[in-house]
Design a protein around this ligand. Sequence first.
Ligand code: PGA
Length: 249
Amino acid sequence: MRKNIVAGNWKMNKTLQEGVALATELKSAVKNPKCDVIIGTPFIHLATVAELLKDTPIAVAAENCADHASGAYTGEVSAAMVKSTGAQYVIIGHSERRAYYGETYAMLKEKVQLALANSLRPIFCVGEVKEEREAGRQNDVVKAQLEGSLFSLSADDFGRIVIAYEPVWAIGTGLTATPEQAQEMHAYIRSLIAARYGAQVAADCTILYGGSCNAKNAASLFANPDIDGGLIGGASLKAEDFCAIIDAF
Ligand code: PGA
C-alpha cells in the first residue's frame, strides 16, 4: 500500500547533543501524524535517537550505507550496522553523495541490495541537475538512474523502495520545483515503474518530492496525485518547521 511520508534529512548538521535535543522536541510535538514520519540523521546519532523514538510514530533513517557487506573499509558503515542501531530506513543515492563522493549507479545498486538484505527500506534519490533540465533531458536522466540502480530488483524487493525525486537545482537553493513540474516527473517515474513492474507495484510506490520543500509550499506539492510526501533538508532542522510540513497532510 502506498504511504504518505514526510522524511527529514539532517545532512551533516548537529552534534550528538543538538540532535538528541531536536529528536526530543519532535517526540513531544509529533503525536498523531496523518503520514509516516522519518528523520534521517548522521550515523553517530542513529542508536541514541532510535532508542529515544522507540514506540513513537517517528522512524529513523541513516543518510548512507556502505556498498560492501563488511571488512577492511576504514571509515565506512555497513547496512547491517545501520540496522543494528534500530534504524528502519536508509537514504541512498542522494545527489550530494553522487556529486561529491563519486557514487555510481553500480555502487548504489550494491547499497540498495545490502540495505534490503538487512531489512532496511531504501529511500532512493533521483533527480537532474540544472543544465539537464534546461536541455529538456530530465526524463532521460531520471530513467537512467532508476534503470542503473533499481530496475534489476525483483518486484518484491522493489516494493520495499521509497523513491525521492529531488531536482538538484532545487536542493538548498530556495528554488522549489513548481507543483506542476514535480507532479509531471512523479507521474513519469510512476509510468516507468508500471512499465517495468506492472500497474499495482507502481500504484503502491511512495514517491517523495525533495528540494526546498518547506511549510509554505508543502501543501500545494502534496496535493498532487503522484506526490506522496517530501524529503526535507533545511526545513527538517527545526522542530517547528518540520512539524508544519507534517501538518500539510
Ligand atoms: P533541502 O534539501 O530541503 O534543504 O532543499 C533536500 C534534500 O537534499 O534532501
